[in-house]
Design a protein around this ligand. Structure first.
Ligand code: 5GP
Length: 189
């Protein structure tokens, strides 16, 4: 069986996509994990060029205007995030197994331009677990909690747009399943 060289990992907010991709970065060097551009400021411990390319709003606008982004989106109504077209195309041309960890809006854009890519949806182990993660410690108002749950329902409904679903019950197991969908032999776990 041949595997497409580009895999897109997306899923609802708070499902743990970042944790799975960090695990893959640390444990599967044979996966070429795309480094996105973002206007969000770096968090403690994040390095420019490793976790993201941290750019200003005007730099981001130039990337968009020059057609340098394969996809981009405003995430959580605030910051902009986008995938650099050239680095992804070069990695694919070099025969690497490329992984994009992006939001749903971005995944839909990639589906338009690269319908043959491999689209993987990361989902929580159960709706109850999702509610627990989203509602958190009850510090948000009831309206805010309701709003988050409505968003989560809409996001979960996107699963049918994807080729595969991986349940994030355990980060190591979920990462192993994801890399095997990419044609990479998972580490013993
Ligand atoms: P964070 O700010 O926590 O690192 O990421 C927030 C969200 O942005 C995550 O849902 C992540 O999937 C998404 N994201 C990261 N990079 C990109 C990108 O290049 N494009 C899109 N569309 N979303 C991205």
């Amino acid at each position: 069986m041949s595997h497409p060289r580009l895999t897109v990992l997306a899923g609802p907010t708070a499902v743990g996509k970042g944790t799975v991709s960090t695990y893959i970065r640390d444990n599967y060097p044979e996966v070429w994990l795309s480094v996105s551009a973002t206007t969000r400021p770096p968090r403690t411990g994040e390095e420019d060029g490793v976790h993201y390319y941290f750019v200003s709003t005007s730099e981001f606008e130039s990337l968009v205007a020059d057609g340098q982004l394969l996809e981009w989106a405003v995430v959580h109504g605030r910051n902009r995030y986008g995938t650099l077209r050239r680095t992804v195309e070069e990695a694919m041309a070099a025969g690497k197994s490329v992984l994009l960890e992006i939001d749903l809006q971005g995944a839909r854009q990639v589906k338009e331009s690269m319908p043959d890519a491999n689209f993987v949806f990361l989902t929580p182990p159960s709706w109850d677990e999702m509610v627990r993660r989203l509602v958190g410690r009850g510090t948000e108002s009831t309206e805010e909690q309701q709003r988050r749950l409505e968003t989560a329902k809409l996001e979960l409904a996107a699963e049918s747009e994807f080729d595969h679903t991986v349940v994030n019950d355990d980060v190591r197991r979920a990462a192993a399943e994801l890399v095997s969908l990419m044609g990479i032999h998972p580490r013993d776990s």
